[in-house]
Design a protein around this ligand. Sequence first.
Ligand SMILES: Cc1cc2nc3c(=O)[nH]c(=O)nc-3n(C[C@H](O)[C@H](O)[C@H](O)COP(=O)(O)OP(=O)(O)OC[C@H]3O[C@@H](n4cnc5c(N)ncnc54)[C@H](O)[C@@H]3O)c2cc1C
Length: 414
Amino acid sequence: MATPEPSPTLSPATRAVSSLARSRETIIVGGGIAGLACARRLDEAQQPFLLISENLGGRIRRSRDNAVNLGAYYVRADYHHVNQLVTRGRRINARATRRHDPEGCYTLWDRRLLLHLPQAAQFLTKLLAFRRHYEVFKANSVAMSQAQAIRSDPHLWHLYQQPASEFVREHRFDAIARDYMAPGLHGTTFLPLNQLTAFSLLLGALPVIVPIYEFTFQPDALVEGFSDALLEDTVTAITAHNSGYQIETQASGSFTADFVVVATPAEVSQQLLGLPAIKGPVQAQMFEIAGTLRGRYNRADINLFPANDPTLAIARQANGSILFCTQQQTPAFDHYFNSWKVIEHKHWNPAFNLVGETLLECEQAPNLYLIGDHNICGLEDAYISGLHAAKRITRSSRTNVGAARPMSSARTTE
Ligand SMILES: Cc1cc2nc3c(=O)[nH]c(=O)nc-3n(C[C@H](O)[C@H](O)[C@H](O)COP(=O)(O)OP(=O)(O)OC[C@H]3O[C@@H](n4cnc5c(N)ncnc54)[C@H](O)[C@@H]3O)c2cc1C
């Protein structure tokens, strides 16, 4: 798990606990983009809640010098909700990337692309079709759960369950998969193509047709109006209690709530809810470096690497520093840099859970909701899952809150 870092906006448990009401209509656990989306929507609907989190922003993490995103790196132009909350920075241009392999390094527009043009055109057709379905899915998944929205679309449901390697074979995309998709996806999903599903492959390839941008994000601005409903703490247990739930925290004791929204990373949610299965974890190490890159790496804004290389991506930053993304704890910086000094290092373990086709329902038990990126990795889908939970809560008033089932009956689907 990522080391929790406190946020100045959250009330430290020690200060606020004595004055906190112990019984709340809704408690949200986790203040990443999903929990914040839910909180904002409940606040707009004037529904009372308490948000308990170790920090605000979660995997959206700026470096201490506020120059570099050490977690979520880009927003796509089709992040219709999230784009309203962030400030966009530079556009990340595919033309400024280079792919490296043992034989050399290549720009996007090299001779290989000409050879692969028919395959590339067919892949583009598949990607456009995926985008049409995915847009409808996102719109649907405010009103219904992600799991229901995916299952209700046979095209997406098939892709969600299909291994990416099978999709590549079926459509004879082998050459562009090797030369183009694999290095790009390795740099963004941190996985080789054969560990992805067709759905994650196509989602990860959307930047081919949808512009992407660096961004900055101010969690403190997002909680304006409800900063008194935030508590900095770690939730250690959630159990069924009378007709609602009891929430145990590390420092502030216990709370009860009619509705609980769990918006923590997958492994924490698994432990809190006893989920039988989650997707497999993917780790990554982010280094912000001051230095100069060696010749072949110095010609591009972004360098990408093949799937068997532990180096994931090297990205030149607007402030002149370099973001080095790798799976190694102690990378061979000398190989890439003439000179180098680590400004900051962040190990995400896991960065996200992306391996496999587990599909989790939002409502795990009556009035107990699971939101975030458990099913689909990325800021926009996590945000929308928070809107869905808020919608479910606002629809049920306190007077018709039903009896909670015990946690053991939490529903999970594969
Ligand atoms: C290195 C990296 C690069 C990425 N790049 C991109 C990208 O470019 N674009 C993109 O769209 N997505 C990207 N992602 C994925 C994206 O960051 C996530 O999908 C998204 O942030 C998930 O949001 P969340 O709210 O579900 O979870 P999180 O952001 O993880 O929020 C969970 C919250 O729960 C809190 N918490 C954890 N345990 C407890 C506990 N026991 N009690 C109380 N609180 C707890 C945490 O403090 C945190 O605030 C990237 C992720 C990483 C790590």
